[in-house]
Design a protein around this ligand. Structure first.
Ligand code: GLA
Length: 374
């Protein structure tokens, strides 16, 4: 048990869902994420040394990092995200103090709910709290993204870290990943609930497949730039894409088509949410999943089986995979009074087809970073 009074700050950052806009953040597109009440919480106190002592509520490990050698911990099984976060902060010219940190992660690992972003963002915010330096939440998100890219080796976009840092209670937000302009949109699901389900597929080379998709979109962009004056794939309208698509073929065509149409779906989903048209929102979720399955090829049998079982339920308006894919979670829009029946039915169908159970998470849409001085 942690006694919070033994620490100087308690700092949290969130896991996230993404309503729609998948695999478009690194193409300059708009995404529609929200922060969750599932969080990584850091208990921190300065210790007057040049060491960061790390421990976890969920692990027996203890790891010590030398603050003069923060670049050297990439290989660590535990503590590499924290080391990477401290490292990028230091590299950016901010003071990193020796400290004791206990990490309490309630974002399930490998779930596609961005546990890594929650760890990076909360670690950076905690280090800033004890050093007294201040950065805005979007600035913290950018540093956390740098840690993920340069230290963890995933060439990710900005969506996860931004949601983890800047989320707002009961709101999702449209984030323009090209300009970082952010517009909060209140989430009013009326009689419906957003159900989050983990397909529980064992972790499987997500990083390398993710980086491969990203480079395929870069190839598409280079080719399309010969015809259009664009700086990213998301600059292309559906009409322009239809005019120029003959320049592309095979997988590269499929990937680009997903990105362009998914960007269009984000616009429609934002309006549907504002107008309270949950039927339309559900259809857009289904279209997004189909595109991620058939064109972007990031779903897999587990996520497809789960999503299919979900949309077969008469009280489900739509469902789709979220995050990088290749495993992880779906979100589904389900009539509140039917949620328990829905879960039972989905669990049975999924277990029968796949051989193990999915996990349902209870969570709500919450704030991003919170800092409490003890
Ligand atoms: C991962 C990445 C994000 C984003 C999603 C897919 O979660 O970290 O930047 O690209 O995949 O939308």
């Amino acid at each position: 048990m942690i006694n919070k009074n033994d620490y100087t700050y308690v700092v949290s950052a969130s896991g996230r869902i993404n309503i729609i806009g998948e695999h478009v953040d690194y193409c300059g597109g708009k995404v529609f994420p929200a922060a969750l009440s599932l969080k990584n919480t850091v208990y921190i106190r300065p210790n007057g040394t040049d060491k960061i002592n790390l421990s976890w509520t969920t692990l027996d490990e203890k790891v010590t990092l030398d603050i003069n050698k923060l670049g050297e911990y990439k290989h660590l099984e535990y503590g590499n995200y924290q080391a990477g976060s401290a490292y990028v902060l230091q590299q950016a010219g901010y003071k990193v103090l020796g400290c004791d940190m206990v990490q309490d992660c309630k974002v399930p690992f490998g779930s596609g709910l961005s546990s890594s972003a929650a760890i990076e963002v909360s670690t950076i915010a905690a280090l800033l709290a004890i050093s007294g330096e201040s950065l805005s939440n979007p600035e913290i998100a950018l540093l956390a993204q740098k840690a993920e890219r340069e230290y963890a080796g995933v060439n990710c976009g900005i969506m996860d870290q931004y949601a983890s840092a800047c989320g707002k209670l009961n709101n999702a937000f449209i984030l323009d990943c090209k300009t970082l302009e952010c517009e909060y949109v209140p989430i009013d699901m009326k009689d419906y609930a957003l159900v989050i389900t983990n397909c529980n597929k064992p972790h499987n080379l997500v990083e390398s497949k993710y980086n491969e998709r990203r480079s395929e979109t870069e190839t598409a962009l280079e080719i399309l730039k010969t015809k259009f004056d664009i700086s990213c794939l998301a600059d292309l309208s559906v009409e322009q894409f239809e005019q120029g698509k003959d320049l592309l073929s095979g997988k590269i065509l499929d990937r680009a088509k997903h990105v362009v149409y998914e960007c269009e779906r984000v616009k429609l989903a934002k309006n549907a949410m504002i107008l309270g048209d949950l039927n339309l929102l559900g259809q857009l979720l289904n279209q997004s999943h189909a595109s991620l399955r058939d064109l972007y090829e990031v779903t897999g049998i587990e996520l497809d089986t789960l999503q299919k079982a979900q949309i077969e339920n008469p009280y489900c308006l739509g469902a789709r995979m979220i995050g990088a894919g290749f495993g992880g979670c779906t979100i589904a829009i389900v009539l509140k009074t039917q949620v328990e029946n829905f879960k039972q039915e989905v669990l049975q169908k999924y277990e029968k087809a796949i051989g193990y159970k999915p996990t349902f998470y209870d969570s709500y849409i919450d704030n991003g970073i919170t800092v409490e001085k003890v």
